[in-house]
Structure formats: structure tokens, C-alpha cells
Design a protein around this ligand. Structure first.
Ligand SMILES: Nc1nc(=O)c2c([nH]1)NC[C@@H]1CN(c3ccc(C(=O)N[C@@H](CCC(=O)O)C(=O)O)cc3)C=[N+]21
Length: 297
């Protein structure tokens, strides 16, 4: 088979950010509303600092307000919860994101549970998990699986119904919400994981593969059904034989490209979609909080 088409997440994300910026301009003009996103970073993890900087920059570029809070690594759970409560009460803040992972003295679930579900632009609060699971229209949907879904809808022109999808990975952040979103699109969905008996046999049936396991190049091209569409969520930094490092996904890109119909690259695939969907969720949250019809984005 010839080489797979590349699903250009970077370009799609740029287009989505433009549509978000247009929506924001409309909210300002028609409602005097400027959506605001608060990002809280605890500690000094270098990768997290880069992500937080990119989020802040892209929030401002979309015409929204960005509020960044950098708390020391030694922050107590009590102090972090106090910050979350302050942001919950602040009407200028429409979206709240507490960057994960958190330092070990902090109970992540307790922090996520403290965020106002209607400001929970990560979609990690159990209320939003429940809303998504039950197909409620007021769910805020986790950014990475939402980004994957938008890429798939675009590729298939909306025709996902009846497709066989395999999600590899069962995390709360990607695997489980991805399962729910694909099920809602009327795909037949299998969730595979580290205890799956025969992963190649499962993948051999899949029209759509979403790989989110966090193991570099784990999914091999030979396991795929010819013509499959592959969404690679993994972002793994590995050592190059000649020294230095490079980013690879959870899928063996070279091998998969020979078998798949289409595949997302790493970098430049799902990663940029995650941030674009965060901006989109912030506009969605701001509209709902203010009783304004959600613009199409
Ligand atoms: N509460 C919370 N919400 C998050 O959404 C969240 C989080 N915590 N903690 C960290 C992870 C990671 N994350 C990424 C976002 C964008 C790229 C991204 O844009 N990647 C680019 C560049 C990659 C690079 O060069 O390093 C790409 O894949 O092309 C990657 C990773 C959001 N996260």
C-alpha cells in the first residue's frame, strides 16, 4: 500500500484557534464579554512550564484573558484548595485548569473535585465525567479526546457511525472519555489495555485506532487493518542512537504509514489540538455561564 495520508493536527488546530478568536470577538462585540482562563501550575517541572506558557500565549492570541498562577512545589493542599475556591468565585474567570501532575503531598482527586464543574475546562470533575457518560449536552469534554474526535469527524466528513474503533489505553484523561465520545458517534468501541489478551487481533479489526498508552512506538504497523485511520495521542521523548532526543508517539509511525490510510504525526498531531480545544472549552464555558448561545467553532 502507498504511504498513509498525514492528518495535520497542527494546521487543523490553527484553524480552530481562528474560529475561537472569531467567536471571542463576537462575544466582546455583542455581549461585552471577554472569556478568561486561569491556569494554576504547582512546582517547576520544565515540561509543564512549557505547556503552561503555550496555553497562556494562545489564550491571549485568541483575544481572551489569561490568568497564570505559579505556586511553589511545597504548596499545601489547603493553600491550593483556597486558590481554587477563589477562582471559582471570580466572575472574570470562566475556565480553570490545574496543571497535572501535582506534587505528592496533594490529593489530585480532591483538587479536581473542588473546581466548579461549569468552569472545569479540562472536563476532569466527576460531574463532567458523568455528564459525558450519560450524553448530557452540558458536559465539558476533556481536551485531548475532544481534539481526537474533531480530527476524526473532519477526516470522515462526520460519518463515524458503525465504524469499529479500538482505543488503546484506559486512562481517565484520554482512554475513558475517548470511549464515550466514539460510542456517542455510534462507533463500535473496544478499549484495549495492558491486560488485553491479544492486542494485534483487536487492532486487526479496527477502522479507527486511538493510541494513548504512553509507551513509545508500541503499536506496530503489522497489527493494523489495511486502510485504518490512526490517531496517535502519545508524546514520548526518546534517546536517539546518535545522541540527543526526539519525540515519538505510541505508534510506530514508519511501519503504520505503510498500512494505514491516514495517521497523525508526533509532534504536530494531537498535541496542538489539546490546547486549541482548551480555548474552545473556555468559550463554551463562558457562554453557558452567561446564558449566551454557543457560537459554532
Ligand atoms: N490539567 C491538565 N490539562 C492538560 O491538558 C495537561 C496537563 N494538565 N498536564 C500536561 C498535559 C500535556 N499537555 C499537552 C498539551 C499540548 C501539547 C502539544 O502542543 N504538543 C506539541 C509539541 C510537543 C513538543 O514539542 O514538546 C505537539 O505534539 O506537536 C502536548 C501536551 C496537556 N496536558
Amino acid at each position: 500500500m502507498t504511504d498513509a495520508a498525514i492528518i495535520d493536527g497542527k494546521a487543523f488546530a490553527a484553524g480552530l484557534r481562528d474560529r475561537v478568536a472569531t467567536a471571542v470577538a463576537g462575544l466582546k462585540r455583542d455581549h461585552g464579554l471577554t472569556p478568561g482562563l486561569a491556569v494554576v501550575l504547582v512546582g517547576e517541572d520544565p515540561a509543564s512550564q512549557v505547556y503552561v506558557r503555550n496555553k497562556g500565549k494562545q489564550t491571549l492570541e485568541a483575544g481572551m484573558e489569561s490568568y497564570e498562577f505559579k505556586l511553589p512545589d511545597t504548596t499545601s493542599q489547603e493553600d491550593l484548595l483556597a486558590k481554587v475556591h477563589e477562582l471559582n468565585a471570580d466572575p472574570k474567570v470562566n475556565g480553570i485548569l490545574v496543571q497535572l501532575p501535582l506534587p505528592k503531598q496533594i490529593d489530585e482527586q480532591a483538587v479536581l473535585a473542588a473546581i466548579d464543574p461549569n468552569k472545569d475546562v479540562d472536563g476532569f470533575h466527576v460531574v463532567n465525567v458523568g455528564r459525558l457518560n450519560t450524553g448530557s449536552a452540558d458536559a465539558l469534554v476533556p481536551c485531548t479526546p475532544l481534539g481526537c474526535l474533531l480530527l476524526l469527524r473532519d477526516y470522515f466528513g462526520g460519518a463515524l457511525s458503525g465504524k469499529k474503533a479500538v482505543v488503546v489505553g484506559r486512562s481517565n484523561i484520554v482512554g475513558k472519555p475517548m470511549f464515550n465520545l466514539l460510542l456517542q458517534e455510534s462507533c463500535t468501541v473496544t478499549v484495549a489495555h495492558s491486560r488485553t489478551a491479544d492486542l494485534p487481533a483487536e487492532l486487526g479489526q479496527a477502522d479507527i485506532v486511538v493510541a494513548a498508552v504512553g509507551r513509545p512506538e508500541m503499536v506496530k504497523g503489522e497489527w493494523l487493518k489495511p486502510g485504518a485511520v490512526v490517531i496517535d495521542v502519545g508524546i514520548n521523548r526518546i534517546e536517539k542512537p546518535e545522541g540527543g532526543t526526539r519525540l515519538v508517539g505510541d505508534v510506530d509511525f514508519a511501519g503504520a504509514s505503510k498500512v494505514a490510510a491516514a495517521i497523525t504525526p508526533v509532534p504536530g498531531g494531537v498535541g496542538p489540538m489539546t490546547i486549541a480545544c482548551l480555548l474552545r472549552n473556555t468559550v463554551t464555558a463562558a457562554c453557558r455561564q452567561n446564558g449566551i448561545d454557543e457560537p459554532s467553532m
